[in-house]
Structure formats: structure tokens, C-alpha cells
Design a protein around this ligand. Sequence first.
Ligand code: FAD
Length: 535
Amino acid sequence: MEPIETVSVDYVVVGAGVAGLRAAIALAMAAGNRDQPRIWVLAKDSLAESNTRYAQGGIAAALSDEDTVYFHLQDTLQAGAGLSDPEMARILVEEGVQRVEELIEWGAAFDRTGGRLVFAIEGAHSRRRVLHAGGDATGQEIVRVLMQKAQSLPAIEFHEYAFTMDLTVTDDGRCGGLLALMGPGPPRLVHVCCRGVVLATGGSGRIFRYTTNPPFATADGLGLAFRADLPFQDMEFFQFHPTALHVPGAPHFLLTEALRGEGAWVVNADGERFLFRYDPRGELAPRDVVARAMFLEIQRTGAPVFLDTSPLGESFARERFPRVTQVCAQFGLTLGRDRIPVIPAAHYYMGGIRTDAWGRTALPGLYAAGEVACNGVHGANRLASNSLLDGLVFGARAGQALWEDTQDVPVPKHVPLPAPYRKPSPTALPSEPPPFPDLAWEQCGLIRTEAGLKTALARLSEWLRTWPYPVPVRWAMEALNAMQTLSLLAGFAYLRQESRGAHYRADFPTERPEWRRHQAFRPSDIGYSVLGVGC
Ligand SMILES: Cc1cc2nc3c(=O)[nH]c(=O)nc-3n(C[C@H](O)[C@H](O)[C@H](O)COP(=O)(O)OP(=O)(O)OC[C@H]3O[C@@H](n4cnc5c(N)ncnc54)[C@H](O)[C@@H]3O)c2cc1C
């Protein structure tokens, strides 16, 4: 399968969420006017679509009078269950203050009363420190401001409907660009050659049956890094958000953590606030504790659980959570009055492509930032509202480092295609993907066991062995990305014989001190075949 055309630019940023936009801005600003590079920013759908855009609750930063970066650091480390890297967390909370102040300078309209910023509190935060915009439309405001800033920088060009399939590597072992199916309209396979790439492809929730993530979140960045045999870290740690709307026929719309912060209760079908039976912090316990307690309560009672929003009152709920109010109303539910049926749902990947503090991966010229990356900052469990901050801080760092590391590297003249692209795929395309989201939910979800993980690995191995690759068909590549990512999740989870943070093993239900360490492997280290697709 040969590309239809080859294009040369200086840099490519894959992703137009908070991390990709902030990386592109940093790159363009570091290069300045002196040496204006050509920077492409790619998005697989329209530019308006990203996980960032859906973020509701807010962005954490130690900016209130009652707060300090020390308290924010302590809360981040505490939530990370012993695995949050202290140096990365320090960078996050310290530089986070600067990055958020800069966002305000660029025009971000965070909510205020009497001219003063308003700070919310969420689970596992010891202080009110979560800034929000438009009540519960924080992500939209952040994207608006970053997009406006990026569009003011002439070096940056946006390309929508540009589905990145794979990386390409030069003969001397540098990232030399990527292969993308470029739309809109009938997709053309284009080889984009460049000096360096930032991967900021965001979340992976769609590998699970129930998720808060939009349909594009199919783990593409992780899949293409799998095929490049890059090191991954902490892949067993996937965060489940406790409260996704659970109404027949409705998407699993996220009911922000801030609802519990402001006083909503989690109750069972008898109206009991059962969380206190599982943890003394009740509704304000960390996400993993709340989500698991809800899952167990659903199993124990065989009945649904609810978010009782009546303690908020209708008028406060309408004013503070306009978007959630609107979505609930579409399903005949009144926020601030009703009990809303909820279920825990896959939300955020703490694991990802292993990077250093500047987004560098093991492949020279390739950087990763945002949810696709892992430098250990979130450990085994991310503190609420720390991930937009992560995208801002480490996105900016990746863009800056890419410029500093590669300003003297020429755009490569010849970059070979990955071996499988040089011979046609002999396999026919199946009519639909295997049921991996059900497998993920049942065997690799909130409660895991050795037997379940082995089942998952065996079935994935079987499915992957015959899955066609490469194919210039987006849904088939998305399924491949999701299944390869899931095979890493299951493999890492199988190896970690303890429970910690978001990873819970029913056969090893407690933390074990000897496991207070990260796992980091290339797919080939744990016996996965990466040139083809098997595992
Ligand atoms: C419903 C919801 C609510 C949330 N609320 C909060 C919150 O209140 N606070 C908080 O801190 N975090 C929140 N999060 C998490 C947070 O929004 C995300 O972790 C964060 O926005 C990820 O940013 P990102 O830049 O890494 O990726 P994203 O914002 O997901 O952007 C990914 C980009 O990559 C592009 N892309 C992906 N694959 C490809 C491909 N193959 N080719 C080309 N382009 C590709 C996409 O088109 C998109 O532009 C929430 C998440 C969800 C889903």
C-alpha cells in the first residue's frame, strides 16, 4: 500500500485538544519570527471534537487565597496511591499556576463573583482550587482560547479529518514523519515527512463498553506507538468515573464530580448513602474508591444506583451546572430535584507512552503529551481536574523541547515506509470489529482477576492474529488500535499482583509494598509481536 503523495513540513502535532494546541503554540513561539517553521496540527475529526471540549468540572490550580502549591502537590501525590512521581507532580502544580495565569491573560473567562475567581472543590482535594467556566463548560472555553491563540500564529496550519495511521522512521532511527488518511471527502493516504512529531491524541475510553469519552477516543496514539514498539508505562491504570448518566438509549454523559463536591449524594435503590459503608469520606472519597463501591453495590443489590441531586436545589443546579441540567432535561430528569440513574464508566488513562519531563519518548524526534503520554505524574489514580492542567503544562514543555532539540535537524529527504506498507495485505476486511469493548468491560474493568485477564489476553491474541493491517480504512485501524492497547492493559494488569489506585485485583485485594513501583515495557519486552499484529 503506497501513499498517494508525500509532503514535507517542519513539524506535525497530532491532536487539537489542550495538549496538542498548547504544544503547537509553544513550538511556534519558541521558533519566533526569525526562523518561522511550518507546523501542521492534525485532528481526526473536526477541530471542535476532542475530550478537552467535553471537560466540565474544571482545571485545578493553586491560585486561591486558602491554597498553596504545596497543598496541591500533597493532594496529587495522595490520590496517586504511592506512584505519582513527586518531581513530575511538582512541575505540574508549580508550572500549572503560570500556565493558567497565562490562559487568563489570553482571554480565558473563568467564572467569577464580584470580579474574583470562584474556586470549586472536588473529590480528594483538600482546598477549593478548581476553576471553571460557563458553570460546567470549562473545556470549551479552554479550547476557544487556545485555538484563538494558535490561529494568531502564522506558522500553524490546521488539518481536520486527517486520520494518522502510523509513524515512519528514518534509516538512522529518528521519527521521520507519519502516514495519514487525509480528508475531508474520499481519504488520500499521505506520507508527511518532518523533523519531529508531537503525539497528543488524547483518550482511549472507547476500548470499554461504558465510557464518558466521545466516539473518536479509540486509542489511536497508543496503537501506533505499539506498532513502533515504544516503551509504555502504567498501562494497568485506567480511571473509571463514578457517575455517568445511565438511561436506556442515552450516551454515558458525564455528571461532573463537582456535583458531589457541591452536595449531591450517591444512593442505592433504597435511598441509602451507602458509600460510607465503603469509605469514611463518602461522596468525597477518590474516584477509584467511589466507582468500585458503586460497582460492588450494583452487584450486591442487583439494582441500579443513583446520584440524588435534591440537596442542590433546582435553581442552584440550573445556574451552576447549566449544561448538565440541559442534558438531564432531554431525558426527563430535573437536576437539583431528581435521583439520576448513574453507572461508573471508563474515563481517563493514567498510563500511556513513556516520556520524560519534556515529553521526549524513546524514539528521537517523537514527543508525546496529554492523555496519550505517561511521565508518572498521576501515578495509579489521577486527582480530579488535574488532566487539563497536565495537557497545558506538559504540552507546552513538549513543544518547547521539540524546538530546542531539533532546530538544527534537517527535514529528512527520504523516509522509508514501515515494512507492512511495502507489501499488500492478504487479509479480507471483516464486516465489523470483534466485541472487544464487552471483553474489556467484563475482564479488564473495575474488578480484575488472573483468570479474567488470561481470558482477555487469549481472545485478543486470537482476534489480532487475523486482523488486517495495514488497511486504509479508518474503523478497521481504530479497532486495531483499541485491541492492541487493550492487550497492553490486560498484560500490565496481569503482571501487577496487587490492588492499587484504579487497578483492583480481586485475587490480590490489597496494596503490597514490593509493588510500589511503575511497570514500563515495550510491547516486544512482554512477548507481543509488533511488526504484524499478533500478541
Ligand atoms: C466528559 C469528560 C469530562 C472531563 N472533565 C474534565 C475536567 O473537568 N477536568 C479535567 O482536568 N479533565 C477532564 N476530563 C479529562 C480531560 O478532558 C482529558 O484528559 C484531556 O482533555 C485530554 O486532552 P488531550 O489534549 O490529551 O486530548 P484530547 O482533548 O482528547 O484531544 C485529542 C485530539 O487528538 C486527535 N486525534 C486522536 N486520534 C487521532 C488520529 N489518529 N489522527 C489524528 N488526530 C487524532 C483528536 O481529533 C483530538 O483533536 C474530562 C474528560 C471527559 C471525556
